[in-house]
Design a protein around this ligand. Structure first.
Ligand code: PGA
Length: 251
C-alpha cells in the first residue's frame, strides 16, 4: 500500500515561538489521526532545530522547504542538504511553484538539488503543476510531464522510493480555488501513467502523489477519496493545528 502523507508547508510564516507552539499542538493532536498517515511539517529554516526538538520521538517528520544546489562553501545565503539533515530533516520540498516563479528554479537546478538531497539521506517532496494560462490552453498534461521527465527521469527506481510528488496547480495555490476532485484525479492518474511508462508499474504504484492548492478541512475528504491522491501538501491551512489535523483526519 502506498504511504499516505499530509505535509504542512508553512512557507515564510510564523516566528520561532509561534512555530514551536504550532508544532507542539500538532504533536498533541496527532493521536486523532490514523496511524497510516505520515504527518510532515516544513517550517522556515530558522525554525528547523527547535521544531525538531518538539517533534522528536513523535511520528511527525520534519521537512525543509528548499535546499542549495551546491554541497558547501562560498554560497552566501544558501542552506545545504547536509545542514538540513544535521538539523533533523527527513525531507525537503523541491521545485515548489513559488521557487520556480520567484527564484528562477529551473529543472537543471532541481536535478542538482535532488542529487544532493539523496546523497545526504533526505527524501524529496517534488512539486509540479501548471499555471492558469497553461490549463486554459489545454497544456497542463504537457507541462506536468515535462516537469517530471526533466527532473525525475534521470533517477533510478531505487531513488524513486525516496520521492513524493506533489501536484499543485498554480492557480489553486493560496487562491481559495481548489481543483475539483475530478480535475485532480485526472492529472494524478496521468502522473502515475507517466511514471509507469518510464519506470514501470511497480514504481508508479508505489509513488505517493499529493495534491496541493487550497486544500482545507472542507474539501480534503473528497480529494483524498480519489484513488490516485495519496494525501496533501497544505499551505495556508497548515498554519492552524486544528485545520491541519482536521485535513489529516479526512483519512
Ligand atoms: P495553499 O498552498 O494550501 O495555501 O494553497 C499549498 C502550497 O503551496 O503548498
Amino acid at each position: 500500500m502506498r504511504k499516505k502523507i499530509v505535509a504542512g508547508n508553512w512557507k515564510m510564516n510564523t516566528t520561532v515561538a509561534e512555530g514551536v507552539a504550532l508544532a507542539k499542538a500538532i504533536v498533541k493532536q496527532k493521536k486523532e489521526v490514523s496511524k497510516d498517515v505520515q504527518l510532515v511539517v516544513a517550517p522556515p529554516f530558522t525554525h528547523l532545530v527547535p521544531v525538531a526538538q518538539v517533534i522528536e520521538g513523535s511520528s511527525v517528520a520534519l521537512s525543509a522547504q528548499n535546499c542549495a544546489d551546491q554541497p558547501k562553501g562560498a554560497f552566501t545565503g544558501e542552506v545545504s542538504a547536509a545542514m538540513l539533515k544535521d538539523a533533523g530533516c527527513a525531507y525537503t520540498i523541491l521545485g515548489h511553484s513559488e521557487r520556480r516563479e520567484y527564484y528562477g528554479e529551473t529543472s537543471e537546478k532541481l536535478v542538482k538539488k535532488m542529487a544532493l538531497a539523496f546523497e545526504n539521506g533526505l527524501k524529496v517532496i517534488f512539486c509540479v503543476g501548471e499555471k492558469l494560462e497553461e490549463r486554459n490552453a489545454g497544456h497542463h498534461f504537457d507541462v506536468v510531464s515535462t516537469q517530471i521527465s526533466e527532473v525525475l527521469f534521470g533517477l533510478t527506481p531505487e531513488q524513486m522510493a525516496d520521492v513524493v510528488i506533489a501536484y499543485e496547480p498554480v492557480w489553486a495555490i493560496g487562491t481559495g480555488v481548489t481543483a475539483t476532485s475530478e480535475q485532480a484525479q485526472e492529472i494524478h492518474s496521468f502522473i502515475r501513467q507517466t511514471l509507469a511508462a518510464h519506470f514501470g508499474g511497480k514504481v508508479a504504484e508505489e509513488t505517493t502523489i499529493l495534491y496541493g492548492g487550497s486544500c482545507k478541512p472542507s474539501n480534503a475528504k473528497e480529494l483524498f477519496a480519489c484513488p490516485d491522491i495519496d494525501g496533501g501538501l497544505i499551505g495556508g491551512a497548515s498554519l492552524k493545528a486544528d485545520d491541519f489535523i482536521a485535513i489529516a483526519k479526512a483519512y
